[in-house]
Design a protein around this ligand. Sequence first.
Ligand SMILES: [Zn+2]
Ligand SMILES: [Zn+2]
Length: 314
Amino acid sequence: MTTARKFYVLAFAFAFSFLQAQQPADRYIVITVIDGARYSETIGDPAHRYIPRIWNWLRPQGIIYTAFYNNGVTTTTPGHSSILSGVWQHIANDGSEPPHNPTVFEYYRRYFNRPPEDEYVILKKKKLAILANSDSPDYGQKYAAAVSRVDASVAYKDSAAADNARKTLLTAHPRISIINFPETDDAAHQGNWLRYLRAIRKADSLIVDLWKKMQGDSVLRGKTTLIITNDHGRHLDSVENGFVDHGDTCEGCRHIMCVAVGPDITPGTVDDEQWEQINIAPTVGTLLGFPTPQAPGKPFPWAEKKQFKRETAH
Ligand SMILES: [Zn+2]
Ligand SMILES: [Zn+2]
């Protein structure tokens, strides 16, 4: 081979590897949020009475975090925004204020030059439409996620949220999605303890069904990482009106569940180190292969292991 020819071959190989690096990894990430479930009624309950399917079915296949926290504002919109941006968002809870740092949706679309349909915010709570994009300079609306809404008449019904999620996930196959299950928080705010517990159980069941549906889908099977968490917990019984409300810095409001299952996770893992909501965005970035420069947290180690494999494969 002549020197010139060698040069062209090398240049082509270099360009090709660069182009390859601009493709997202073959992964789909689904974040499900059980709105306002307290740790003592989820993983922290020794009998796991209200999350039997997650506990018995998903946990053995994945990882649970026993010291996972919302250390920002313990309400819905800030909680979801901190998960998606990897930066604590001290924003209004009524949907009037967008996140101020880019979400994983914006990082992803900008880095890979991809359309909005690659990512979905799947809604029940209308105010969460603001999760589609931040108002961060250089990001924002032009890199927003698509939003999948349901009829307002079935507001706060987790079954409607799950139906919407199933349809969206199995038809659009979004790379990144977040799904809010609102019923638990709604029941608790009404002061109805039994309805609150029933709502957690229902979300438990709906999320495991959703996982099974994804594993039956030829695109998503074996390539999907499911993260189950909360936006916030609720007051400890000893704080103010206890489970009915939330929003301060008590242990009950901050300590939340996190369970993850997916192809890069060693089955049956328990992680008791302290992790926070802001570790999720860098984890999503690492799994799909895009940077999240404004997010200070580190990704979960199992996601990095995957990234390492990706880099050495080239
Ligand atoms: Zn609430
Ligand atoms: Zn509290």
